[in-house]
Design a protein. Sequence first.
Length: 171
Amino acid sequence: MSPVVHLTEDQIQGLADSTLRGPEGMAAREHADTCEECGAELAMYGALVQRLAMLQDPMPPADFTSGVLEAVAHREHHLSQLRHTVLAAIPAAMVGLLAIFGWALSAAPTVHVDRLLEAWTVGRHVVSAAAPVLEAARLPIGLGAFIFAAAILLVLVRALRAGGAPATASS
Ligand SMILES: [Zn+2]
């Protein structure tokens, strides 16, 4: 009586996960069907393979996909809300900037007037200091000062018109 050659562990595993095919697979299957020992081992491996297959594809939680989608949607909603806030803030910021510009432009004439008064005061001091020396030439100097002041006024009016136009257009 020849010694019984049982299936190797690899062969039993191959039978269990159906990777052992062909003549070798058929022979192994035949042996497992007739040999109690190998049959029991194959049944055990088969059960193990089944359990492994179940472990390999764990069922995701029922609300997994919806939960992920909800999180994504929530994030998207938050981002779009942020975008809307920014978009809504832009006109407000522009209005604020225009208001600041308008204020600066409306403040500009005051600055011009201040500068004019400053120049006028300095000019008067110069004129009064030079008056005794230039007594004879008072009329030409007076005329010159008048023309000078008129020129400055003209420039001032032009600056007011140029500066005032955007301010009135924005309001
Ligand atoms: Zn056997």
